[in-house]
Design a protein around this ligand. Structure first.
Ligand code: PMP
Length: 378
């Protein structure tokens, strides 16, 4: 099987991630923060170790600003539902995933409105300008994906954040497709809210994610419960991370995530990005000579893209192509709308979807070649 669906979740997970999870399950899978016995303390230490590692990796000074979540969607919901009040306005890019659009749409019932800013395919200046023009006097949050999960287009999040801060508006970044692949430094860029999965570019297991924010004091909770701290009171603790981490945490998953961050650090995000973009640029060149293939974006480069490229076969439904690749070539890709109808409207593919290719660090040039080859026969 050639697995090219790493934008959904990376597979395989590195050997050190599997070992770490196995070790946690076998040797210290006790409930962290809930008891004073040796195993519970060992489990708490593992969680703190991962928190500190993630903080350092993303340029955040305080490990307590790292909140563990179930996935990226959970992190996004903590911000959208915790920050916005009736009458607030939000600006989003036109490449957002339903992880953003659905909670935002749901907030419409509470009289929260939004404006969509168009992302330019080629000009960061134009994108920035579109975001600026969409701001209103009641804009309380700007949301942008770092890298489009459909088109691989990278947004100028550093410049968007700096521009929004001139107007005193915080920015939430959806780093679902960039965490582990693109450099993200929170303090250096004053990023406000960064949401990410642990199971994609950080090579951790599914069921892990993080919200990293120095501004958690601005967020209300939408879920309360036991935290193992301040247990005498019914009132939810007011300090991060306990405020947002009610209930038993995913210890085994977090042990895996910690090892995933080690894996990425040992290779470096720069090398991972270069590897993935090189593979996609090679595929792009092969596909651009195939008259049956429709490409949408400019040729991928490390400066402008992440590890995703989508295309269509002329006059063919994207799902049919994905099914053909699966059956005939044992190639796993994702077709359809990728939970991002808005991103598909960007290139007019909302009816037919697109075939998405998402390599990982483990993908080889030989696998890209096999894909390009089978597409000549389709
Ligand atoms: N945002 C983007 C851009 C994504 O690609 C995804 C996952 N497809 C998500 C959010 C949601 O991530 P998760 O599945 O970890 O909740």
């Amino acid at each position: 099987m050639i697995y090219l669906d790493n934008a959904a979740t990376t597979f395989p997970k590195p050997a050190n991630v599997r070992r770490a999870m196995n070790n946690a399950a076998a040797n210290y899978s006790a409930n962290p923060g809930r008891g004073g016995h040796t195993l519970a303390i060992r489990a708490s230490e593992e969680i703190y170790k991962c928190r500190s590692k993630a903080a350092e990796f993303f340029g955040e000074d305080n490990p307590e600003n790292v909140i563990f979540t179930l996935n990226c969607t959970h992190a996004v919901n903590i911000v959208i539902k915790g920050l916005l009040k009736p009458g607030d306005h939000v600006v989003v890019s036109d490449l957002e995933h339903n992880a953003v659009m659905r909670p935002l749409f749901a907030m419409g019932k509470q009289n929260v409105t939004y404006t969509v800013a168009k992302v330019s395919n080629t000009s960061a200046d134009e994108t920035l300008n579109n975001f600026r023009e969409a701001l209103q006097s009641n804009t309380k949050l700007v949301i942008c994906t770092h890298v489009s999960n459909v088109w691989g287009i990278k947004l100028p999040i550093e410049r968007i954040t700096a521009m929004c801060h001139q107007y005193g508006i915080p920015v939430m970044i959806d780093a679902a497709q960039s965490a582990g692949i693109q450099k993200i430094n929170i303090r250096e860029n004053n990023f406000d809210f960064v949401c990410m999965p642990g199971h994609k570019g950080l090579y951790g297991p599914m069921g892990t994610g993080m919200l990293i924010t120095p501004h958690h004091n601005k967020l209300e909770t939408f879920m309360e419960g036991g935290t193992g701290s301040d247990s005498a009171h019914f009132e939810q603790p007011d300090t991060s991370p306990d405020k947002f981490e009610s209930g038993t945490p995913n210890l085994i998953g977090i042990a895996g995530l910690s090892a995933g961050i080690d894996f990425v650090k040992s290779i470096t995000t720069e090398k991972i990005l270069t590897h993935e973009v090189n593979l996609l640029a090679y595929l792009y060149d092969r596909l651009s000579t195939n008259r049956n293939i429709v490409l949408y974006t400019p040729r991928p480069t490390p400066q402008t893209s992440g590890g995703v490229l989508s295309f269509n076969v002329k006059d063919t439904d994207s799902e049919e192509v994905a099914s053909y690749l699966n059956k005939r070539g044992s190639i796993a890709v994702r077709a359809g709308l990728h939970c991002s109808p808005q991103a598909h409207r960007h290139f007019g593919t909302e009816e037919i979807g697109a075939v998405r290719i998402a390599p990982s660090y483990f993908t080889t040039m030989g696998e890209m070649n096999a894909l390009a080859q089978i597409l000549t026969k389709i």
